[in-house]
Write a protein that binds this ligand. Structure first.
Ligand code: APR
Length: 255
């Protein structure tokens, strides 16, 4: 074990409260592409302004819907990797000690058995109405009834034509307030923040590492490459989630 790995394990053993911030690299070894990795990242092959924002959806709902449909298939076919499983196992061994805040819209932390996962950017497997119901404004919450959705790409409301969209946070949209507040609390209250598989390019998610550092936590970045959060870290573990997390989180040998 390297000196940095041992140092991180020591800090983990001393930490009463751990906050893990995960990004797309967490799911890379499960076969789900990241966004900014050169060549393989989604944004090196697709235009996020065409596919991951409201204007793009308005301009071509079918293109966006079909793109997310193919990503959904990839998520459903993927399996949690050893990193997801190691986090879930640690939570089982130490109830209430480790909180996961994820930028990922897949469900691999949940399928690995992790509890209480805070999802900053939504859920790719969830559907939402795109706009308010244009016909039943008096309806509670001004929302169409899913029973009225007619099949299509995307499905639409048979009553008012409203479109269905994926339940993810698009560029330019606000993050779910409750999730962000819970994430801020976890970042402020932890003794150790573990930042796994994120470039640190997107705020407010990346700001959680700064929040933890300012609140006095030790910050460890786990990433095979340099990231924009390396300068916030007390230590950087150069490696992948599925290899490094099991080493970091494994129970100490019984003496
Ligand atoms: N293990 C750990 N980290 C990895 C692995 C791996 N196996 N493979 C790649 N990485 C690292 C990359 O080095 C990179 O730093 O994961 C990071 C992925 O960065 P991004 O692709 O930018 O993904 P992320 O940081 O999660 O993006 C944040 O941007 O587009 C939005 O909403 C999207 O949630 C996403 C947000």
């Amino acid at each position: 074990m390297s000196q940095t790995e041992q140092q991180a394990r020591d800090w983990l053993a001393q930490a009463r409260s751990i906050c893990v911030l995960t990004g797309a690299g967490m799911s890379a070894e499960s076969g789900i592409p990241t966004f900014r990795d050169a060549l393989t990242g989604l944004w090196s092959r697709f235009d996020p302004m065409q596919l991951a924002c409201e204007d793009g959806f308005r301009a071509d709902p079918q293109l966006v819907w079909d793109w997310y449909a193919s990503r959904r298939e990839g998520v459903r076919a993927a399996q949690p990797n050893a990193g997801h499983l190691a986090l879930a196992e640690f939570q089982r061994r130490h109830p209430g000690r480790l909180a996961i805040v994820t930028q990922n819209v897949d469900d691999l932390h949940q399928r690995a058995g992790s509890e209480g996962v805070i999802r900053l950017h939504g859920d790719i497997l969830e559907d939402r109405w795109f706009g308010p119901c244009r016909r039943h404004v008096a309806r509670a919450g001004n929302v169409c009834d899913p029973a009225w959705a007619e099949p299509g790409s995307p499905p639409r409301c048979g009553e008012c034509g409203n479109l269905v969209r994926p339940g993810v946070v698009w560029f330019g949209e606000m993050l779910p307030v409750a999730a962000l507040e819970a994430a801020e609390r976890a970042a402020r209250g932890c003794d150790l923040m573990l930042v796994v598989g994120t470039s640190g390019a997107v705020y407010p998610a990346a700001g959680l590492a700064h929040t933890a550092r300012r609140a006095g936590a030790r910050v460890v970045v786990l990433n095979p490459q340099a990231s924009e959060l390396d300068d916030v870290a007390h230590a950087c573990l150069r490696g992948t989630a599925a290899v490094q997390l099991p080493k970091l989180l494994q129970a100490p040998p019984l003496h």
